[in-house]
Design a protein around this ligand. Structure first.
Ligand code: ADP
Ligand code: MG
Length: 196
């Protein structure tokens, strides 16, 4: 097994994060924790890019459906009445379509983050999918209150500021998909010797 310090993950600041002027704030939170940015670029994604970025499996779409259903139940909203279906896969498909529109609605910033347990640490800094349920102190909890019940009413994706690879499999795919090997650098940070 490689050293835990070698772990890498992908973080993307979504169009709402960029348009709200939060690029610096988001990067700063990553750096202050002791994680290193080893690739960074602003770009405009195509619909095809986003279609390839997110998993296409039924399992992934059903998980989205589950999270959505739970959110509706928590607040007493009727998912079937609002979305026309309570089928987990159908909900997942609907959301995937809105997601493609959202992620192509403006420039984004993509980066590779390296450091101890990078995938899990970045997810912790980002917070859970629904900003309305994210703890304050997380990026999603500090800068948004959006969730499925609100977003789906307006037929749009939840604007939750950032994407972060959810597990090793997603990180492996996203690293290869978004970055050429020569775009990923490395360097020693001044505090490396003191912190680790
Ligand atoms: P995460 O980004 O936390 O890994 P998922 O992978 O489950 O979350 O979902 C991908 C993205 O899809 C979310 O970040 C969010 O922008 C959007 N999304 C998820 N569920 C819904 C929903 N019910 N309605 C609208 N957008 C959603
Ligand atoms: Mg995800």
């Amino acid at each position: 097994m490689p050293h835990p310090k070698e772990d890498k993950t992908v973080l993307i600041i979504k169009p709402d994060g960029v348009k709200r002027g939060l690029i610096g704030e988001i990067i700063s939170r990553i750096e202050k924790r002791g994680l290193k940015i080893i690739a960074l670029e602003m770009f405009m994604a195509t619909k095809e890019h986003i279609d390839e970025h997110y998993p296409k499996s039924e399992e992934w779409m059903k998980k989205i459906g589950e999270k959505t259903l739970k959110n509706y139940n928590d607040y007493g909203y009727d998912v079937k009445k609002e979305l026309g279906t309570d089928d987990l896969l159908e909900i997942g498909k609907l959301v995937r379509g809105w997601l493609i529109d959202y992620m192509t609605s403006g420039p984004m910033v993509k980066m590779v983050v390296k450091g101890i347990h990078a995938i899990e640490m970045v997810r912790k800094i980002v917070g859970p999918t629904l900003p309305s349920q994210a703890e304050m102190g997380t990026i999603r909890g500090d800068f948004s209150v959006d969730d499925s019940t609100a977003a789906n009413r307006d037929k749009r994706a939840i604007r939750n500021l950032v994407h972060a690879s959810g597990n090793q499999e997603e990180a492996d795919h996203e690293l290869l998909f978004w970055f050429a090997p020569e775009e990923i650098t490395d360097y020693k940070r001044a505090e490396d010797d003191i912190m680790f």
